[in-house]
Design a protein around this ligand. Sequence first.
Ligand code: SAH
Length: 230
Amino acid sequence: MADRALSRPSEPDGFEIARRRMVEDQLVARGIRDARVLEVMATAPRHRFVDPSFVPRAYGDHALPTADGQTISQPYIVARMLELAELAPGHRVLELGTGSGYQTLLLARLVERVFSIERVAELQRGARARLDELGVRNVALRHGDGSVGWQEFAPYDRVLVAAAAPWVPEALLAQLADRGVLVIPVGERSIQHLEVWRKTESGRVTHSRHGECRFVPLLGRDAFKETDTR
Ligand code: SAH
């Protein structure tokens, strides 16, 4: 199913050149090599996930504001997370921070099933509407605090956290399948490291660091607190 979606010819929308340029100049030029990631980013309509006033800048080399002081991440950082996650068509993926739903759409085209949680109701509703319009069927969205995971559908082959965490929330490791991979920005509110956590077959956990990044904070029970300014 995921592979059919990946190769589905998309309707021309006038942004083909902008997308190709984004892929070449921002992703390939900076070392993104995963062919499936490059392919979905060359076809997914990112302009439909930004505010109408930002459409001309939708494929630019930057994050853009969404509702409630949140952002849709820079294309490169989205590609980097997806590549580090080593996604396969049969995977079941948990995503934290649905936001606009752009990365959710990419995941939906790359894997079997996506479970995505967003803390801001308005964003979650917007993402739902866009994904419905695009005919996406393999995504379950939830409004709430993702720092406690989503026990009902665990375990997950992959977990992607699209917001900055002060540490790795315990529930996310608990809900990760054996041989699973968790990608998460960990650090302070102002700057983080992109980290990859792996569970081995025996359930042992290892981790590695992959460069600096800046995400909006993960706010919740096992994350930053709204009142916390660290
Ligand atoms: N991937 C998104 C960008 C996400 S920005 C996109 O492509 O548009 C990070 C998002 O995480 C924000 O929308 C923010 O509201 C959300 N968020 C922050 N804390 C959260 C939590 N505890 N659970 C779920 N979502 C959270």
